[in-house]
Design a protein around this ligand. Structure first.
Ligand code: DLL
Length: 428
């Protein structure tokens, strides 16, 4: 299926895109040197006019989350407070949140990018979009809300939580598009089943799912349980919020809004840029933002930029599904393990519910141990066999042994936002 294209800039030639990026990057560097003391110092040796190509980005220093913390709350803002019209913040588990700001133009840009992303997913003005991302300081709710309105579809701003009410609205309103975290989409599917409403036979047809990693196996599970096409949307507050990149209906990676955010992949150890196609850490430079333009912001998300053209006709570079954050990577007895790898093994088995939790502890002899908790509805004999098969599959996929605990469906705590997959008891 060929979806419409929101903005002609999505199909310009690579040369035109690079010209646009360089022009915007130069303006951005000049602007932040003038307006942000932090960048005036950081970029002291860089003349904006000396930026001739996108590869000149590598001459610029990185920005990291700690820089935002050190300048809490508004120290990196490049616009006067009188021009800032909105604030969001990322939760963070400890200490102060990371605060991001937007001018009226930033909000307008973001709404356009969210409309662009929804269009990529095949959403049109005929759709009824239930937005179950949290409204508030989290960027998911309001970020997509403005995009749906810009597109001209009808938004149901229900926010996250209150599953029974969500299910009622899905049924009564004839919702056609659901925006939520993939884990909450599954909670809604359970809620609908409990209420005797078969989502698969209703009008719901598209899911716009992101804000947390989810594997291809999880996509298949969601698509069959909800009877929809499940699309991946990516973004982070510091760079903008949702719609930094989005899958088109070909589902071969997420098209990055490169006219606003220049992506790079770096080796997280050496910080050297990696060639197209190699996996590493994603870095973004925001070239059009007014309130918080960040230069080479390290996301800690691991992905690849994909070479080659997409059959949808867009020329914007695509990023692969995010494997996880390098700070969420578990190191178990020296072996690197991502929760999404475990998710893929669990769901490939086919007899488990798509809810799981990983508990890491320090066992006898101070060795790390990993327990994988997952739900299954089989009887005790079936569960014993399943436990053995999962242990064997996990050992061969991860290269380490782990304990497997089979729980009854519903035992693992559900979340209405980002799922908590890992409980790490090693530091308590
Ligand atoms: O999660 C923005 C968002 C809202 C994206 C709704 C998509 C949909 P933060 O709370 O700042 O912003 O968290 C950003 O979430 O660095 C990734 O680690 C993770 N993340 C976001 N989207 C995806 C995705 C929002 N599609 C952090 N796949 C990012 C994997 C994702 N991880």
């Amino acid at each position: 299926m060929q979806s419409l294209i929101w903005d002609a800039v999505e199909t310009i030639s690579r040369e035109e895109m690079e010209r646009l990026q360089v022009e915007r990057l130069r303006d951005c560097v000049a602007g932040i040197k003038e307006r942000v003391p932090f960048y005036r110092e950081r970029l002291s040796g860089i003349e904006p006019g000396s930026i001739q190509s996108v590869s000149d980005l590598t001459r610029l220093p990185f920005t990291v989350k700690q820089d935002l913390r050190d300048n809490y709350p508004f120290g990196l803002f490049a616009a006067p407070m009188s021009d800032v019209v909105r604030m969001h913040a990322s939760s963070g588990t400890t200490g102060k949140p990371t605060v991001v700001g937007y001018t009226a133009n930033d909000i307008e840009t973001w709404a356009g990018l969210a409309a662009r992303a929804l269009t990529m997913a095949g959403v049109t003005k005929e759709d009824i979009v239930q937005n179950a991302y949290g409204y508030g300081l989290f960027t998911g709710g309001l970020g997509l809300h403005y995009g749906v309105e810009k597109l001209g579809a009808a938004v149901v701003p229900v926010s996250s939580g209150n599953t029974a009410r969500q299910v009622m609205l899905l049924e009564d309103f004839g919702t056609t598009v659901l925006c939520a975290t993939p884990s909450y989409a599954l909670v809604l599917a359970e809620g609908a089943a409990e209420a005797g409403f078969d989502l698969r036979s209703g009008p719901l047809r598209v899911g716009v799912f992101g804000a947390e990693p989810w594997s291809e196996q999880m996509r298949a599970e969601i698509e069959s349980r909800l009877g929809i096409s499940a699309m991946d949307i990516y973004g982070l507050s510091e760079v903008m919020g949702p719609a930094v990149s989005m899958e088109c209906t070909h589902k071969t990676g997420m098209h990055i809004a490169e006219d606003h955010f220049i992506p790079e992949i770096i080796d997280p150890e050496t910080l050297e840029p990696l060639p197209l196609g190699r996996p590493g850490e994603l870095v973004f430079t925001c070239i059009t933002k007014e309130a918080l333009p960040l230069v080479r912001y390290r996301t800690h998300d691991l992905a690849r930029l994909l070479p080659g053209d997409c059959s949808c006709g867009r020329t914007t570079v695509r990023m692969e599904k995010v494997l996880g954050r390098n700070d969420d990577m578990l190191i178990i007895r020296g072996v690197n393990v991502f929760p999404s790898q475990i998710e893929a093994v669990l769901l490939a088995m086919g007899q488990v519910e798509p809810h799981y939790q990983l508990v890491v502890g320090r066992g006898a002899g101070h060795m790390d141990d990993l327990e994988v908790r997952v739900e299954s509805s089989g009887d005790s004999g079936q569960r014993r066999i399943l436990e053995g098969s999962l242990k064997a599959d996990l050992r061969s996929a991860l290269g380490i042994g782990c304990a497997v605990t089979i729980l009854v469906p519903g035992e693992i705590a559900r979340s209405d936002g980002k799922a908590v997959r890992v409980i790490d008891n090693r530091h308590i």
